[in-house]
Design a protein around this ligand. Sequence first.
Ligand code: ADP
Length: 569
Amino acid sequence: MRSRIFTKLLLVSLLVIAAATAVMDVAITRAWKRSLHQEIETALSQKVRLLATRVESDPSPQLQQIARQAAADAQARVTVIDRNGNVLADSEADPATMDNHASRPEFAAALAGRQGMAVRTSATVGVDFLYIAVPLRHGAVRLAHPLSAIQQATARVRRTLLWSSGLALVVALLLSAIAAQSLAKRLRRIEEFAVRVAGGDLSARIAERSSDEIGKLGSALDTTANRLQQSFQEIQTARQQLETVLNSMQEGVIAVSADRRVRWANGLMGRLTPGGVKLGAPLVETIRDPDFLYAIEEALTTGVARTARATSILAGRSYYITATPMPGSGAVAVLHDVTEIERVEKTRRDFIANVSHELRTPLTSIQGYAETLLDSTRNGTEREFLEIIRKNATRMSRLTEDLLTLARVESGEASFSLQPVTPADLLHDAEQNFREICKTRGLELLVEAESTRPVSADRDAIHQVLANLLDNAVKYGASGGKIIVGARDAGNAVEFYVRDFGAGIASEHLSRLFERFYRVDKARSVESGGTGLGLAIAKHIVRAHGGSVRAESTLGRGATFVFTLPLAT
Ligand code: ADP
């Protein structure tokens, strides 16, 4: 680069100086010639006028002699003619031998009474002459001056001019070379800076102190590099902080690119995978768990966060996975070890199941003895006490039954035998069970079997769900006088509903109704024999079928409990 710029600058300087010299040469030569010509012309006109006066005033007939003398004085050729153009005297030739001069332009003008002037090559001597003629009383007189003097003087001036131009050219070239050298050096510094920055060295600076355009460019580039370095440092610090946070997490974190390769993983992730994390390699080479891989795949293809439970990442340990798509591309997965939580949960469930199981026999026994005693007792107070004992024993036994059912459904131990069942069959089972109860309570039970598409369900389990919902409708919605149970199509599922027209439920309770032991009105629930577990059991059974539950209600207008079941394939 250096040599090219240097050479270019030198060439430009050379061209500029050469052009300036040529222009000066032409202009000065022309001006010089013109001024010299003017000078000779003025001097010659004065001399010819003087001569004319002398010729007019000198009566001597020695015209030829006067011409010779005047020619010597004026250093010019003198010619005198009569009014017909015949040469009367000439300082250089014999007048007798000379032809008629009346037609010479300068003489023609003088004979017409004006001063005449002409430049031409003399036929007699063969060089360029300046002729000036003025009129006489009986003719005209002319002075002729050779112009070769102008050419010689011009040649001298041009020689001097060329010499000084040559000298100026050398000096200018030297100065240009120095300027080009310094410019090339400064540009080289900018080039070196650019190469260093491109190579990732953001500490490179040009440090230009001059205030010209290159100096301004240099300081602008330095400012840019400063900003870049600052931003880069900030990004690096933020990245390091993020890495420290992620490494200190109790969860495993792994990021994958859109082409399913491992981009980054935190320290814990390395300990979770027996072979270690293989950065840049396909994800499957680091973790082979199918549930984990499926969650990542789903997050990458759908762009929506996915969760999963993975049990074969490390033997004997369970992980709760959250796979989230990353802005731009790729996804990040967080692995939360839930082994301990699940163990505690299982212990709790087992404990409840065991306690419920152990309580079953003594409660049945208490119930039996209370009933036997009731049959044989007439005493009013005793009967009242026995009735209380029987009622509470029955409630406790219902509670233990519900707790056992819930524990089984929650743990996933209860195995459902899923079969295609038509909604009408399921609704019919429920109707049969509740027809009598409704009748005794003065309630109308309506069935709306709109959907005819079979669903995949365990008939007994769904019967329990419908029974729990209908039981609640009878208990809490009796004031409405009517209960509707039905099924309708809802996309890939069938939606079942139980609707009553009782007091309804305030909206703030709706989202919590399906929690265990959640009751809107505890006293009423206990009074009507409720355990607070009916809806929780229903929720778990429906979820185990792959469906969902919800409650809708407007206070004072009744409540509708809805659950979905997937279609039988
Ligand atoms: P419970 O054994 O108390 O009935 P559930 O789990 O079946 O327990 O119901 C939880 C609570 O939801 C009930 O205590 C009751 O307050 C409310 N609830 C359930 N169904 C209805 C309904 N159809 N109308 C009004 N409230 C209801």
